[in-house]
Design a binder for this molecule. Structure first.
Ligand SMILES: Cc1cc2nc3c(=O)[nH]c(=O)nc-3n(C[C@H](O)[C@H](O)[C@H](O)COP(=O)(O)OP(=O)(O)OC[C@H]3O[C@@H](n4cnc5c(N)ncnc54)[C@H](O)[C@@H]3O)c2cc1C
Length: 387
């Protein structure tokens, strides 16, 4: 067996969050020799992919690119879970709660129709009849994506990494140092002194990307602090578990909730960007103000749970680009280094397609980068447009 220091890989993938995990998995499937490295472990609690659950929905307003990607990703997630024989997707449905004056759900319906994704438009009274546990204050219609649902996030990422390792990906838990120089990068080094040589390098380091490449990305990716709460439902009551309760999204009020899957409690969070956050040292204790705001939302949307106990709370971070588009592009100083990130609070579901996309670029048969994913399109001025 060769010593680790002598190893040369086709590709070294740094970061085993959902983007890096799927990238390593797909690269290996295409026959490449792959090393995957993560500082804290796949789906660790600091990573953006480390929470219990993430929504996979098709609706993205007029953003066809993400609707198509979500559709393909759902298929790839489902095929993957079937292959490993694990239930890590719950088809709970996603219910959009639309306000009268909100164009986003209208655009979403148009896009879904255009692409041929099934959904159901519901009047407020139909929503009320089907989901009597949901409060409909200020809601004027609803839209149900019946085939969408919940990904069991942390375990799903860990499953992708386990499967990749089983298939031959080498995995290392270590922190990679920022590369120096320009041209063609031969190797990277880790804080414990290992050197890893590879033909190409993918940095899929989520909210750490601006720390690793500060000159390039400090102004282009902004990690923000996001609080997430899980509340307990009454004993023996099935109204808050699927199929009785789907995921709900109140886009206008910047709030969403997930039904109780696997007994973790119902999940609720505010999607508005929080304050700047350091993924290494940031304090992950939720605030009283954050709790008060979600409890208010709970009282509005699931009134029977207004006094429900908090079962768990987490602080996670979004890694926002200027407008919410992903960053998937070559590093401008190196011809064999790829930057993959900018999930911007909506990236998890797209892991499988991001993996496919990066594979095609690393293989070199699709040199052209989607303009929306390009480094050039990432401005320092913040104007969120993708949700
Ligand atoms: C509260 C919240 C709710 C969200 N809800 C949804 C949702 O419902 N649906 C959805 O699709 N998306 C959602 N997202 C977004 C989604 O979770 C992220 O876009 C996605 O997880 C980003 O994955 P990533 O692989 O880019 O980053 P990460 O998961 O953060 O992975 C990066 C990895 O890189 C490693 N790393 C960093 N630096 C180094 C280094 N120097 N050396 C080695 N390893 C390193 C880290 O340890 C980490 O494991 C949400 C995000 C948050 C925070």
């Amino acid at each position: 067996m060769r010593a680790m220091n002598d190893s040369t890989y086709d590709v070294a993938v740094v970061g085993a969050g959902v983007f890096g995990a799927w990238t390593a998995y797909q690269l290996q499937q295409s026959g490449r020799r792959v090393m995957l490295i993560d500082a804290f472990g796949a789906g660790n609690s600091r990573s953006s992919s480390g929470d219990e659950s993430r929504i996979i929905r098709m609706g993205y307003g007029a953003d066809e690119i993400y609707t198509r990607s979500a559709l393909r990703s759902l298929q790839l997630w489902k095929e993957f879970f079937a292959r490993i024989n694990q239930t890590l997707f719950y088809q709970t449905g996603v219910l959009w709660l639309a306000h009268e004056d909100d164009p986003y759900p209208v655009k979403t319906a148009e896009t879904l129709e255009k692409i041929g994704i099934p959904f159901e438009k519901l009047t407020t009274s139909e929503v009320g009849r089907r989901y009597p546990q949901i409060g409909l204050e200020r809601i004027s219609w609803g839209m149900l994506e019946a085939e969408s649902g919940v990904l069991v996030a942390r375990r799903a990422v860990q499953a992708v990494v386990s499967e990749a390792i089983k298939n031959g990906v080498e995995y290392l838990q270590d922190a990679v140092k920022a590369p120096n120089g320009s041209g063609s990068l031969n190797g990277i080094t880790t804080t414990s002194g290992r050197r890893i040589s590879a033909g190409s390098f993918v940095f899929a380091c989520g909210p750490w990307l601006p720390k690793i490449f500060p000159d390039l990305l400090a102004d282009r990716i902004h990690p923000t602090r996001q609080e997430v709460f899980f509340f307990g439902t009454p004993a023996g009551n099935q109204s808050f578990t699927p199929p009785a309760l789907p995921i709900w999204i109140d886009f206008k009020d910047e709030a969403y909730g997930l039904p109780d899957t696997e007994g973790r409690g119902i999940k609720i969070a505010i999607d508005r960007h929080g304050s700047e956050f350091d993924p290494d040292t940031g304090d992950r204790v939720v605030t009283n103000e954050g709790l008060a705001e979600v409890r208010q939302m709970l009282a509005r949307r699931l009134p029977a749970l207004k006094d429900a106990p908090v079962l768990e709370a987490r602080v996670c971070q979004y890694e926002n680009t200027s407008n919410g588009d992903f960053l998937i592009d070559r590093h401008p100083d190196f011809d064999n280094v790829w930057l993959v990130g900018g999930g911007s609070g909506h990236g998890f579901k797209h892991g499988p397609v991001v993996g496919e996309y990066v594979l095609a670029r690393v293989e070199g048969n699709q040199e052209d980068v989607e303009p929306r994913f390009s480094l050039r399109s990432k401005l320092s001025e913040h104007q969120r447009a993708v949700y």
